[in-house]
Design a protein around this ligand. Structure first.
Ligand code: GLU
Length: 303
């Protein structure tokens, strides 16, 4: 376990995002942690980037708990999120949205996508699918080494039905190529990267849902940002590649496209991304050593 005083790097000197945008009371930013562990400095940084962006614009900041992967989520971690954020001085407006309470919205969207003919059942091993979903929710994010090869995309409808009838477990995937043809070329705006041309095929046919989870990360995050009226998505640039898919889903589902600010990810002194897996020192542990909230904010470049 690293010491609470271990130096961190990767903190940007301009945490509001480049260019100090003018006031905009309609700006809505968010922080969307998964309660699979206690918050660490990387989370503190990300939350403060979003909170500060909202505060400087005179806009709104909201909170979402991404607790769809119930096997890995724990109530104590969720309580810890609220507690650590309040202690840090990060306050949110409106009710907290919990993904575990949004199953109906996800099911409706899936139905809409299926109606467009861009969803297919995938019978590849549940371990592979599970690992893929877990990867999308935790470190290291980034683009997967190689997109799903499309094994089950080729299956004839009769074969799909036969396997489903026989009770074979399956996930639902997005046919990205077909969907992209349908939407035509897409772009989004990022505060760091500028105008970005969407290239969802670089990520491939993501899992939208599986039997035991009503939705995967991509569908949930895209729907929820729209649901909460988020028009500035601040998150680590390790998630940048996934925005290609989110942009495609927005177009398919007639959702608004927010502006993005993919901020650099904080690392430890050796350049390793802070993560729950690398057992980065938690805010909670830092609090226990007597560090003040102000000291923590300063450590990640605020104040
Ligand atoms: N829930 C994700 C995480 O904790 C963040 C998702 C997002 O910001 O889009 O890594």
């Amino acid at each position: 376990m690293p010491s609470p005083d271990a130096p961190i790097s990767g903190v940007k000197s301009d945490p509001q995002g480049p260019g100090h945008p003018p006031p905009d009371p309609s700006l809505t930013a968010r922080f969307a942690p998964s309660p699979t562990g206690y918050l660490h400095m990387g989370h503190a940084y990300s939350a403060l980037v979003a909170w500060n962006a909202a505060r400087h614009a005179g806009g709104r900041f909201c909170l979402r708990v991404e607790d769809i992967e119930t096997r890995r989520c724990r109530t104590e971690f969720e309580t810890g999120i609220y507690d650590d954020l309040r202690w840090l001085g990060v306050t949110w407006q409106g009710p907290v949205v919990r993904q575990s309470e949004r199953a109906i919205a996800y099911a409706d969207a899936l139905e809409k996508l299926a109606g467009l003919g861009v969803v297919y059942p995938c019978f590849c091993t549940s371990e592979a699918v599970r690992a893929e979903i877990a990867d999308a929710y935790s470190a290291p994010h980034g683009a997967r080494a190689s997109p799903y090869p499309g094994t089950c995309r080729q299956l004839a409808r009769t074969e799909q039905n036969r396997r489903i009838r026989s009770g074979k477990a399956h996930a639902l995937r997005l046919d990205v190529k077909k969907a992209s043809v349908m939407t035509g070329p897409l772009t989004w705006r990022d505060r760091v990267a500028g105008t970005v041309k969407a290239d969802p095929e670089s990520i491939g046919d993501v899992v939208l849902a599986r039997a035991d989870v009503p939705t995967g990360y991509h569908l949930a995050v895209t729907l929820d940002d729209d649901f909460q009226g988020v028009n500035l998505v601040c998150r680590g640039d390790d998630l940048f590649p996934f925005t290609h898919i989110h942009r495609l889903l927005q177009a398919l589902l007639d959702l608004r496209t927010p502006e993005y600010y993919h901020h650099p990810v904080i690392t430890d002194a050796s350049g390793q991304r802070l993560s729950k897996r690398s057992r980065a020192v938690t805010i909670r542990a830092l609090r226990a050593t007597g560090k003040s909230a102000r000291a923590i904010r300063q450590m990640v470049g605020f104040e």
